[in-house]
Write a protein that binds this ligand. Structure first.
Ligand SMILES: NC(=O)c1ccc[n+]([C@@H]2O[C@H](COP(=O)([O-])OP(=O)(O)OC[C@H]3O[C@@H](n4cnc5c(N)ncnc54)[C@H](O)[C@@H]3O)[C@@H](O)[C@H]2O)c1
Length: 329
């Protein structure tokens, strides 16, 4: 079996945010319309190493796209081993024969498709012309969240960053200033200072206790909650969720491991409190924002369909540009 192998650098050279975002938006729609098979992620927990491993299969029937991703989350990796927190490998499968077409690094795809989902959510749920975006967490995911928001919202003027590590905050702020000299970029002293009066708040930490309190949040704010993607993780005060229109990427995954998982397990919110899935909004099956004062929350756990469509796009482009190397398995 000949398989196209693609390294992280090769994948990164083939992917733009605009293309990722188009592919991901279509995937959400196909999912909502019932044309995708996607069992919830399966987890292995490496408790003694503060890490976990997930497998994520998906098949988009009308698009003829199928893939399986294997991905870890080890928040101490950078400190301990100089490795990223999240590392991933994707197998792209040909549905008609079941053969593997490609094996590719999935770190860039994970970050890009997660950024794309955040921007899609903010576009449908948030204010039309947001000015202030705040980042709680300044790691890998924060960067692609920002990249995607800047692609969707030319109106953004101010970026605020807060991370538990002030060094991480400073590095991200400097990076943003270098690339976007027109933006006012502020290293916030506290999470509260970052969040107050922000139009969009993006959370990308592995926190297991709320970082953002209800009393800091004014009407009209949109939250992209990205960091909570495993049981017990949470970044928002549940009181914010009670005030908000909550949109999940997938109920099964979100209730088990997303931003809502802890409040759901404590009975603070339930399925009745979920307004829609992002796919239902994208497909026009549910309306998004009603009033400028609505608080909206997108609970992102990360869907296998996002990886599958992005990987398939990378594969087609790699064949076209003759990038990567064929290996025999
Ligand atoms: N929803 C999704 O689709 C999706 C996709 C990828 C990763 N994730 C999750 O996003 C989170 C971040 O991933 P990453 O790749 O950016 O990791 P990263 O290690 O690159 O960045 C995480 C940042 O959060 C900071 N941090 C850690 N604990 C904090 C706390 N309590 N308060 C404030 N800041 C804190 C760290 O200092 C670090 O800068 C992880 O929980 C990961 O599982 C979600």
């Amino acid at each position: 079996m000949k398989v196209l192998a693609l390294s992280e650098q090769e994948v990164a050279s083939l992917l733009t945010m605009e293309e990722t975002w188009e592919a991901v938006e279509l995937a959400f729609k196909e999912h909502a319309l019932g044309y995708a098979q996607m069992p919830p992620k399966v987890y292995l927990r490496y408790v003694q190493y503060n890490g976990d491993l997930r497998t994520m299969p998906a098949y988009l029937e009308r698009l003829g796209v199928s893939a399986v991703k294997v991905v870890n989350v080890h928040p101490d990796n950078t400190k301990k081993f100089g490795l990223p927190t999240v590392m991933a490998t994707i197998l792209l499968i040909e549905p008609k024969s079941g053969q593997v077409l490609s094996i590719m690094a999935g770190g860039t795809i994970t970050a890009m498709r997660t950024g794309a989902a955040g921007a899609i959510a903010a576009k449908y749920l948030g204010k039309k012309n947001p000015i202030i975006a705040s980042f709680i967490g300044a790691g890998v995911q924060a960067r692609t969240q920002l990249l995607a928001l800047l692609a969707v919202f030319p109106s953004l003027q101010e970026i605020r960053v807060w991370d538990i590590s002030s060094a991480a905050t400073e590095v991200f702020v400097e990076e943003i200033r270098k690339k976007n000299s027109k933006l006012k970029t502020i290293p916030a002293k506290t999470a509260e200072a970052a969040v107050k009066k922000a139009d969009i708040v993006v959370t990308t930490t592995p926190s297991r206790s709320p970082l953002i309190l209800n009393s800091w949040v004014s009407g009209g704010t949109h939250f992209n909650c990205i960091g909570a993607d495993a049981p017990l993780k949470e970044e928002l005060d549940p009181e914010i969720l009670k005030r908000a229109k909550i949109v999940v990427d997938d109920w099964e995954q979100a209730s088990h491991s997303g931003e809502i998982n802890v409040p759901v397990s404590k009975g603070i919110i339930s399925k009745r409190d979920i307004w829609a899935t992002l796919g239902e909004i994208v497909a026009g099956m549910k309306t998004a924002r009603f009033s400028p004062d609505d608080i909206t929350v997108f609970d992102s756990t990360g869907l296998a369909i996002q990886d599958a469509v992005t990987a398939e796009f990378v594969y087609r482009k790699a064949l076209e540009k003759k990038i990567g190397s064929f290996i025999t398995l």
